[in-house]
Design a protein around this ligand. Sequence first.
Ligand SMILES: Cc1ncc(COP(=O)(O)O)c(C=O)c1O
Length: 390
Amino acid sequence: MKNIRQKTKAVRAGQARTPEREHSDPIFATSSFVFTSAEHAAEMFAEREIGNIYSRFTNPTTRAFESRLAALEGAQYCSGTASGMSAILTLCMSVLRSGDQIAATRGMFGSTVNLFCNILSRFGITTSFHSPSEICSAKLDSATRMIFIETPSNPLCEIVDIGQLAKVRDSLSDCILVVDNCACTPILQQPLALGADVVIHSSTKFLDGQGRAVGGAVVTNDENLANAVHGFLRTAGPSMSPFNAWIFHKGLETLSVRMKESCSSAKKIAQWLQNHPKVENVFYPGLKQHSGHELAARQQSDFGALLAFEVHGGKDEAWKLIDSVSIFSVTANLGDAKSTITHPASTTHSRVQESDRKRMGISDGLIRLSIGLEDVQDLIEDLQLALNSI
Ligand SMILES: Cc1ncc(COP(=O)(O)O)c(C=O)c1O
């Protein structure tokens, strides 16, 4: 299976068929596994024999998903987690200590900003924020142990040069480069091949693709790091449930066709929105005038299914538009087969301080769309009617 391509990996990698000869993958809905003797149990706990012990840290269904996602990201190691946020927390708790610094891009998902600023800071870990266009040339403190980026970012779709940042990482001692690959998925972008050390996923999003379960993953080729992450998960327990792992594992099988369709629709919607008189700015890397267009064309195989736009006016107009759609779902999730519409300033980024939000470029008139699998013409007509209402 070594030289197979992405689409084949998404369907075939990570299945360990049981003696029952099942075609589709089974769900091992069990919290623990049985040992053949007391000695067998002791051998496994001492890790002299490797295998299933307890589903907080070893479960065949979770392992199947982890193997498939690792194959897609070009990685050797993957740990499933209870959510995307717990993937980020797990990584930070596994590799950082008091006194360490994180350098991150501005304009990331609100809970990530909140985790760094309001939770990790209580444990002596501080974060400096930089604009995506400046982080590669910023003078980073020598205590920086982690560079953390989202590219494209949520919600403004800003693009960061992963290869360039890998050089910055190399200039610092004992620092890792982490990419939240939630918006692209490994179908559009493989950060490890571009020089990143770790990929973070919220499998809640496109990996599932149907909005059914919450989960996440930490993916890497670094054995020491993978062991530290596994050790933290084993002890602290923010682990993925086998049932959710099964959903994500099956979700990966359709990921490439879903991404292709959603990217194509997103591009058509972005092009349509940019010509609409009530729309001020459209943020989509597939548009030539987007500041990250050329970089995205180089480091991604397509431009993604997320976009944002600003309506003339502000919050009142944005809310009116949101209240007027009938096909788009008004919900905070993204990456679903059902297209979603969100007002970041009052939802996903509401816990970010207003001044920081402004600095990120998240205005009150900004609306985020995640494009799913409906007919694109229906989505455009839905937005047309909603824009008419303001
Ligand atoms: C880019 C990004 N990273 C991480 C997360 C967190 O994922 P979860 O909701 O699965 O904890 C989200 C959630 O929206 C996200 O958009």
